[in-house]
Design a binder for this molecule. Structure first.
Ligand SMILES: NC(=O)C1=CN([C@@H]2O[C@H](COP(=O)(O)OP(=O)(O)OC[C@H]3O[C@@H](n4cnc5c(N)ncnc54)[C@H](OP(=O)(O)O)[C@@H]3O)[C@@H](O)[C@H]2O)C=CC1
Ligand SMILES: Nc1nc(=O)c2c([nH]1)NC[C@@H]1CN(c3ccc(C(=O)N[C@@H](CCC(=O)O)C(=O)O)cc3)C=[N+]21
Length: 292
């Protein structure tokens, strides 16, 4: 039977560390500020926003959510980003994805000040990540949280073969860069990967990270004995339950460890968002993180 990786518990550890750092910052007169812009009512985004607001408040972070209606014009969102870029009380800005079609998401991501870019979507930060540059820059929170989860679970990456399913800028692509930087050999699969090739690659994978939003895409028979499975997918079923991309029950018989949905990667994303907010606030105010 597989070990169930407890994302909630590891996230709690990250959040305790964040809370401690925030207390020290507040003692020096600085309250980290996080602004979240959300346009319309995507269901996955609504879960994220709700959980995030609660977690930010608990950690002592000043969180504000700016909700725009689905038909808001691009210039209104753009001007809001400019205003937040100028606002000294805001250290971190997040534009929730996806946005409606009248808004050019890439243009908005590029408009966010790279020093306040808590999702790491500004091309400057993406470029640094893919070049594996030294120094601090923000990296997307779901991939960054997964790296923490793997480290906390003592999963070795150097020399291992990792298969990622899904190549979005939010999850798959940054993960590719982060895992490669740890000296793993990485395959990035997508919609055009044939069923046959996916099965063959999965059977050889030491670590599988599924981030497609396709329930059941990864079956028990695809997986290698002793592998580690990270399920990022979140789909709401008609009965209201959440499910991942992996056939969890079948996988459990084969693999060494697996993350559940919910209670796996989701809580890590939230905790890591708070962590990155604090890191950006420290940098903004020229504080040394190590001393916090
Ligand atoms: N737990 C968490 O914290 C988070 C969970 N999520 C969840 O993760 C999932 C993915 O999110 P996101 O990256 O934003 O989604 P996107 O829809 O942006 O990307 C999905 C990716 O999956 C790929 N894909 C689709 N079908 C297949 C297939 N049959 N085989 C292989 N790859 C396939 C797509 O390929 P192509 O590029 O070719 O279209 C695409 O790259 C969603 O369920 C989302 O709700 C997202 C963020 C955080
Ligand atoms: N710019 C941007 N950055 C994102 O990081 C981003 C985004 N847009 N758009 C939407 C997706 C989705 N996402 C989630 C994060 C946490 C949970 C989460 O907390 N999940 C809990 C859910 C528990 C529950 O409430 O039932 C869990 O899996 O245990 C869910 C979804 C971040 N996203």
């Amino acid at each position: 039977m597989a070990k169930i990786i407890n994302g909630k518990e590891i996230a709690q550890k990250v959040r305790a560390d964040v809370t401690k750092k925030v207390e020290k910052m507040i003692a020096q007169g600085i309250t980290p500020g996080l602004a979240v812009i959300i346009v319309g009512e995507d269901p996955a985004s609504q879960i994220y926003v709700r959980n995030k607001e609660r977690a930010a408040a608990k950690a002592g972070i000043n969180g504000q959510t700016i909700q725009f209606p689905t038909d808001v014009s691009e210039v209104v969102v753009f001007n809001k980003i400019q205003e937040l870029n100028q606002d000294d009380s805001i250290d971190a800005i997040l534009l929730q994805s996806p946005v409606p079609s009248q808004i050019d998401e890439e243009k908005m991501q590029s408009a966010i000040d790279p020093n306040k870019d808590v999702d790491g979507f500004n091309p400057l930060n993406i470029g640094k990540l893919f070049a594996n540059r030294a120094g601090y820059y923000p990296v997307a929170n779901t991939p960054k949280g997964i790296m923490t989860l793997l480290a906390e679970t003592q999963v070795e990456l150097q020399g291992k073969f990792v298969v990622i399913l899904g190549r979005s800028i939010l999850v798959g692509r940054p993960l590719f860069a982060l895992l490669e930087a740890e000296n793993a050999t990485v395959a990035l699969l997508h919609r055009y990967t044939s069923d046959e090739l996916r099965h063959r690659l999965l059977q050889q994978a030491d670590v599988v990270i599924a981030a497609t939003g396709v329930p059941g895409l990864v079956r028990g028979i695809d997986l290698k004995a002793g592998s580690v499975v990270i399920d990022v997918g979140i789909t709401r079923l008609p009965d209201g339950h959440l499910t991942g991309d992996v056939d969890f029950l079948a996988a459990q018989d084969t693999v060494a460890a697996i993350t559940p949905v919910p209670g796996g990667v989701g809580p890590m994303t939230i905790a890591t968002l708070l962590q990155t907010t604090v890191e950006l606030a420290a940098k903004h105010h020229q504080m040394e993180l190590q001393e916090l």
